[in-house]
Design a protein around this ligand. Structure first.
Ligand code: FE2
Ligand code: FE2
Length: 185
């Protein structure tokens, strides 16, 4: 099955998005090995996490409505940011992925409190894969194999700072995730 998913992802994604996806796979599989979780699950989630990146806004909003999920103001104003949810639904329908993979794909953009190790790994791999570069990224990467929670907190804070500087809305799940990480410290 993983072979079929690899071929599908390559055919479906634009070259730059596929390159990013391969970067996410590489880091996610390496972290999965380190933290001793299922490698195939990690690769499957990584390969499919951005599958619906090119979906139109309406299709993304419709999937929220169909599944009776709350639509945050962030999604209302920028439906494409909800591509993780549609990607997860497609992954489930097309490849019957496990609930863990479904959640990891769904939550890769905003995170959420109470994430599983697989969810954390996909969230982190998405923003720290080798093709990404931003000030301070190497410092965050240095925590990946030492303390996943610190890497997560720093990644989440970098994302928040980036969005705040641009005057963008913040998804409530990201705030709740940060609060949880601070509380656990
Ligand atoms: Fe994404
Ligand atoms: Fe991504």
């Amino acid at each position: 099955m993983i072979e079929v998913i690899r071929v599908d992802a390559k055919a479906h994604l634009k070259p730059s998005r596929y390159r990013h996806t391969l970067g996410v796979c590489k880091l996610a599989v390496s972290l999965a090995k380190w933290y001793k979780i299922d490698l195939i699950e990690a690769e499957t989630a990584a390969l499919l996490h951005d599958y619906a990146k090119y979906a139109n806004d309406d299709d993304i909003l419709q999937i929220y409505i169909k599944h009776d999920r709350p639509i945050s103001n962030v999604i209302k104003n920028h439906p494409n940011l909800g591509h993780g949810f549609l990607s997860a639904v497609i992954a489930k329908e097309k490849y019957q992925v496990s609930d863990q993979v479904y959640e990891a794909i769904m939550n890769h953009t905003f995170g959420r409190p109470g994430m599983s190790i697989l969810e954390k790994i996909i969230y982190l791999a998405d923003s720290l894969e080798e093709g990404r570069s931003y000030p301070g990224i190497d410092e965050v990467r240095s925590y990946l194999y030492k303390d996943l929670s610190i890497a997560l907190l720093k990644t989440c804070e970098n994302t928040l700072l980036y969005e705040l500087k641009r005057g963008n809305m913040i998804h409530e799940q990201t705030i709740l995730m940060r609060n949880e990480l601070l509380e656990a410290k």
